[in-house]
Design a protein around this ligand. Structure first.
Ligand code: NAI
Length: 342
């Protein structure tokens, strides 16, 4: 079996080579991203293996189908970059629904603590033997109210860690769980009462720009916004305006609306063309990491293991437990019948 592996980074190879070799899968590694122009590189392959910023739009799907590709193995959880509806009847799409919710939740906490206690500033100061504390005053997490939007795998781990700090947790989810330990409130109430707001819901048409000017208007002055989910959950211009007006006290961003041509690449020594990102990064109260939240050894191993097992399961049975389709979404009809989408 041969899979074309797009957007390869050095840290991807060891785990995929190991698990691939164990199951007779040859990965053909390409550094380029998959899109309509690069789809032809997958000629001769059974499938493609892609990440968050590869673009699988209708044209890419048609081109892949025409050259005989029949499967797309996402090595990530989110699939907003795939036209799943157009793929129906052509390409089977599988993803890795969970690989380490701890990796992402812990990164969100790391960013929050860094921001609140000014660790990013202190690190640079002491490196320069500057031991002044001026401007480094933080606040206690204990007793603060955190609003968690999306109480799935990652949101719950994040909420549990916050409870450990002695914080009050408010939650909003379009599909609330029955867990009585989660204090669900309306989105407006969450905006109004939270000192810190963390996003853990998927990007959909409905959640695009969930954090916009109107939402920021409702928030407390000095609110900290954390986004480790998907960039377009936040209207970046509105966030920037909120930061400039001092309404938003800090932002911790692991994802960015326009990240696809920027993140995961080294632009040091170049002029940054994206003025919005450059302005954000220039703010003392904004922390940006480049879609790094998933990057732990445990997560990389789990991603490779599950991706390979998806590929093997599909090859052996013709269906895959982690298959996606626009009809069944994640759980319903198709999977109930023959556990396959078409
Ligand atoms: P999950 O599927 O377990 O949980 C998502 C939750 O969001 C569910 O409870 C769902 O009901 C809720 N939800 C769906 N629509 C909603 C809406 N309109 N409003 C509010 N809540 C809504 O997903 P998981 O594993 O917790 O991942 C969350 C997100 O984290 C993913 O969608 C992905 O975008 C992002 N992610 C980011 C990574 C990174 O490296 N920065 C790595 C992995 C995931």
């Amino acid at each position: 079996m041969k899979y074309a592996f797009f957007d390869t980074k050095p840290y991807d190879k060891p785990s995929f080579e190991k698990y691939g070799a164990e199951h007779g899968i040859e990965f053909k590694f390409f550094e380029t991203k998959l899109n309509r122009d690069t789809a032809s590189l997958a000629k001769g392959c059974d499938g493609v293996c892609i990440f968050v910023n590869d673009v699988i739009d209708s044209e890419t799907i048609d081109r892949l189908y025409d050259i005989g590709v029949r499967a797309v193995a996402l090595r990530c959880a989110g699939y907003n970059n795939v036209d799943v509806k157009h793929a129906f009847g052509k390409l089977h799409i599988f993803h890795v629904p969970a690989y380490s919710p701890y990796a992402v939740a812990e990164h969100a906490i790391a960013m929050l603590l860094t921001s609140v206690r000014r660790i990013h500033k202190a690190y640079i100061r002491t490196k320069d033997f500057n031991f002044s504390l001026n401007g480094l005053t933080g606040f206690d997490m204990h007793g603060k109210t955190v609003g968690v939007i999306g109480t799935g795998r990652i949101g719950r781990v994040f909420a549990d860690i916050c409870k450990g700090f002695g914080m009050k947790v408010l939650a909003y989810d379009k599909f609330p769980s029955e867990d009585e330990n989660i204090n669900y409130v309306s989105l407006d109430e969450l905006f109004e009462k939270s000192d810190i707001i963390s996003l853990h819901c998927p990007l959909t048409d409905e959640t695009k720009h969930l954090i916009n000017g109107a939402a920021i208007d409702r928030m407390k002055k000095g609110v900290i916004v954390i986004n480790t989910s998907r960039g377009a959950l936040i209207d970046t211009e509105a966030l920037l305006a909120g930061i400039k007006s001092r309404k938003v006290g800090a932002a911790c961003l692991d994802v960015y609306e326009e990240e696809s041509d920027i993140f995961f690449n080294d632009f040091s020594g170049h002029i940054m063309d994206d003025d919005t990102l450059a302005r954000l990064i220039s703010m003392p109260n904004v922390l940006v990491t480049s879609h790094q939240a998933f990057l732990t050894e445990e997560a990389l191993n789990n991603i490779a293991e599950t991706t390979v097992s998806n590929i093997v399961e599909f090859a052996e049975k013709g269906f895959c437990e982690n298959e996606l389709c626009y009809r069944c979404g994640k759980t319903e009809s198709c999977k109930n019948s023959r556990r396959k989408c078409f």
